[in-house]
Design a protein around this ligand. Structure first.
Ligand code: NI
Length: 213
């Protein structure tokens, strides 16, 4: 009797150690690739596209209980080339940097954590900075040009999974689809030349390691 009770207690401890726990902090770090699916309104007879970039991404999840968590996504700044499409195809328009902080509520369906998939729904705030117009654009517009991009707030959808490798180390893969829309104001010699709405709407892929704290 005593032996089986001890055995049951040991099993209970083992299974408890195998689930995320209330107030647990779980961190992930890895390579994050931001791949815009960009489209824009018509501008200067053409359109604009935004190219991919990869940098270091970080996430931290605080577990409300073993099935629900709140995640913050952060990263080093991403830098994207902005190029022309349509009649502007081949034109190097400029570049911009951004940070895409995203806060998501996540659901972890499984009790164990040897393999743990999850889904998330969140809110993204994207601020663009160091937006530069190229000398090609200066030439095309016949003056000193500059571009400014308005900030964006939108929804973010996420799926991901963690695979347990050792007691505290996990391999993580995650994908976000983020609604990022901005307005690009293009000025020439300080005067507004054009204004265009740009849907950036990137898919973000992250592959890295996770660990409990
Ligand atoms: Ni959008």
């Amino acid at each position: 009797m005593r032996k089986s009770l001890t055995f049951a207690a040991a099993l209970l401890l083992a299974s408890a150690a195998n689930a995320h726990e209330q107030n647990e902090l779980f961190f992930r770090v890895g390579a994050a690739s931001v791949q815009p699916d960009a489209s824009s309104g018509s501008v200067l007879g053409g359109g604009v596209d935004v190219k991919n970039d990869t940098n270091l991404g970080f996430t931290g999840t605080w577990f409300i209980n073993k099935h629900w968590g709140v995640e913050v996504l952060a990263a080093l700044p991403f830098s994207h080339d902005i190029v022309g499409t349509g009649a502007l195809k081949g034109v190097d328009i400029g570049s911009t940097k951004h940070l895409p902080p995203t806060v998501s509520v996540q659901y972890y369906p499984l009790d164990g954590e040897t393999f743990q998939p999850y889904v998330g729904l969140g809110v993204n705030y994207t601020n663009f900075f160091k937006t530069n117009a190229s000398s090609t654009l200066d030439t095309a517009l016949g003056g000193k040009s500059d571009i400014s991009l308005s900030y964006s707030t939108g929804l973010a959808y996420q799926v991901g999974a963690d695979w347990k490798i050792t007691e505290n180390i996990y391999v993580n893969a995650a994908v976000w689809k983020i609604d990022i829309d901005t307005t690009a104001d293009i000025n020439v010699n300080g005067k507004r030349a054009a204004s265009v709405d740009v849907q950036i709407d990137p898919t973000v892929f992250m592959l890295g390691v996770g660990f409990k704290y």
